[in-house]
Design a binder for this molecule. Sequence first.
Ligand SMILES: Cc1ncc(COP(=O)(O)O)c(C=O)c1O
Length: 382
Amino acid sequence: MDGFIEKISDELARLKSSGQFRTLRQTAVLSGGRAELDGRVYLNFSGNDYLGVAGDVELRREFYRRYADDLPLPAATGSRLLGGDTPAHEQLEATISRLYGASALVFNSGYHANIGILPALTGRDDAVFSDKLNHASIIDGLRLCECKFRRYPHLDYDRLEAMLDEAWKEGRRSFIVSESVFSMDGDTADIPRLIELKKRYHAVLVIDEAHSVGVRGRDGLGMCAGFTDDVDVIVGTFGKAFGSAGAYCVTSPPLRDYLINFMRPFIFSTALPPVVALWSDFVLNRTADFAARRRRLAAMGGRVRAAVAAAGLRTLGDSQIVPAIVGENAPALALAEKMRAAGLLVFAVRPPTVPAGSSRLRFSLSAALPEETPELIAEALK
Ligand SMILES: Cc1ncc(COP(=O)(O)O)c(C=O)c1O
């Protein structure tokens, strides 16, 4: 222990002086795209309740009414393979399979999915190519793979092709992993191009749709919903647009069986509480009904981007995630503070989450936000 606490304290002091120290802030999610923090109610741009499902009191009431006489279990009591494979989990997977027309497997979270899928599927001699801006959970998964992985520059598919070509010539099997809607820049992958590359190089394609499901594609099933034959593993999460918790993959029957047998976070963790699986199922069964919310969200994204650009800040992408790039940490923190003073709950996103020099405010929008939201943002950014 000698000197250990001093070492930790020095590291924390360094974080504080560079504006990177993180603290927990208790937040209550309310309806209408609002949240309460430290006794004050804000418009909430810091959550991922893209469709306003988590804050939808009526939907929640309907769910609890339906199960009022047969209260769902709050615990699965075991892993899926050891007593935790409840009817709720099977029901949820059956719903996902029906909606996508492919096999489905449910996981405890998107993080579990991403640290488990690639390490399970890859072998020592394989090669994995990952978009430079992929989420930290994907990177953590890559670190657990026995094979080599390389990151290609964000959305640079010519560079990716050169890497695939090299691996092909070395006789390695390649895996490509990308998000579809990127969580920090709010831009999107070119799925048809990735499929074309995957086919040309006989690679395995894994797409993380965390910020796309609920929001994009047929009935909000994500950008890959029409490509279940070509994308080997589609990962979706329930914790964002679907207002629940957990994750799933859509894949082929042999890959599903393989994951059940080899994916460590699936095997060695207590299954999701059945009540959560039933809520996810309840919401997923309504995804087709949320078309008006999706349209509203898309329109809001365009208007907020225009407000950010009009304030002289660079923005990126074309989704419900609207970054306002500030640059250094201190001005980004100051601007976030100013926004909060105006009643808008938005936080600065800083390195290491984003590259150095691109600290930003990240407006995560919701269909539940009031119509005048873009004008309120424009006013606060002035
Ligand atoms: C792209 C992406 N994948 C996976 C995850 C992790 O999902 P979960 O919150 O369900 O663990 C996140 C969470 O922020 C994410 O942004």
